[in-house]
Ligand binder design. Sequence first.
Ligand code: AMP
Ligand code: MG
Length: 511
Amino acid sequence: MNAPLPFSVAPPGSALPALSWVNRFASLGPDFYTRVAPRAVPAPHWVGRNLGLAHDLGLDDEWWAHYDTLQALAGNATLPGVQPLASVYSGHQFGVWAGQLGDGRALLLGERTDAVGLGWEWQLKGSGLTPYSRMGDGRAVLRSSIREYLASEAMHGLGIPTTRALAVVGTPLTVQRETEETGAVVTRVARSFVRFGHFEHFAAREQTELLRRLADYVIEHYYPQAAHAAPPGGNAYAGLLRLVAQRSAELVAQWQAVGFCHGVLNTDNMSILGLTLDYGPFQFMDAFDPAHICNHSDTQGRYAFARQPSVVHWNLFCLGQALLPLIGEQEHALAALEPFRADYPAAYMRLMLAKLGLGRAELDATAARELIDPLLKLMGQDKVDYTVAWRRLSHAVASSTHQPETAAFAPVRDLFIDRPAFDTWLLLFLKHLTHINRAQAAEIMLNANPAVVLRNHLGEEAIRAAQQGDFSVVQGLQDLLAQPFATAADTRSEAGFAPDWASSISISCSS
Ligand code: AMP
Ligand code: MG
């Protein structure tokens, strides 16, 4: 770690401009959390700083440059006005009730209001032991922290709801995993970090009044329209369930469309706001494989790529079960969950049609399936790179406005082994394209099919450089992933295929 630090840090002494903090979550009362101070780490240094997010949060360069900022985001000092807490939640892990879990290595610092009046909660992850650490050490390693940092911002760049990442601070502190690694602290930001598991916790303990307090809090601050969304005869809590189901359907449809595998879809990792939450062994797929399992620890493939929509629905049933004492009638909970069966395919179809430059106006559901399913089947069968294929198809449609079709589509065709099958599919696709403006279709496609995603090997390269003290790769990748649809990204090496060694990267729950 002898390389110069990438960011300047002003010396201690001058006062950090005061930020005004609130903590609405804390107003829920002590049954929901324990006050815990972060544990200090030696020699903290910046690994990544998200200047764009900071700007949106009203933080300027001076704030970043301040010594106290680094210390606060390392967990070595507390920002004035902040009273950190670890929240308690429970959950189902791998389909089994796991009982009490909680923020075992995360601390909620508090909430700051942005220029338009929205509250943003800040969390430190990896900041030391809490009463909910169970067998863990309360720490996060540099490797997984860089993955979470980059993935959060990659997801945001793709327009997919997610918790954000403001910074990663590294430390030489030794953290024991399969091997000895060094630690890091990520600062995460979200409107709220409430999980399905928070509801399950109080439901399992039959603490109905606390459950109601939590539901009322979530409705008041995040789902004020809940009462109007209720199924016929249902109350605001049924409406809340309906809205969470809607957002979760939209979220998982976005994951499926972009080829993202979460890896640990336990109910405690499900955000009540429908955000991608808790980046662990996730993967943006290279070769398309519906059965892909990205989590080395998921031996049964419960969280395999193609299972994510039904797992999310299952998780929503856990939430429905937890909310039942408030909803009252089981039929109202079921009525809130049932529309997922239509919401998910509708969202998925809309996104997949956009990937093809088409809309529902051009195709009905059956025609859409007849176009999408065979292409995905062929991609899976021929192990075609998912991101490259869609991006090439987008460019092919653009080129076909001024080039013969055979030449325009050749780069896509080249990706497939079964060329006659691809040709059959292409004929069908071209038939649909005749009804629309091709330049417009290409435009839609180039904004729906990213040139770059955070492939495992890209994260790995950034991690390896950072482990050697070079944080420029993290920064470069973050900048690139912030604009994944930009045509400037097409010429970058990161937009190409994964190298052979990528398939040997093994990612487990250990982080
Ligand atoms: P995860 O699988 O990362 O979603 O974590 C499941 C539970 O384990 C949560 O309660 C985490 O806070 C906790 N946990 C995971 N890793 C650690 C760790 N190193 N130290 C303490 N708690 C942890
Ligand atoms: Mg988790």
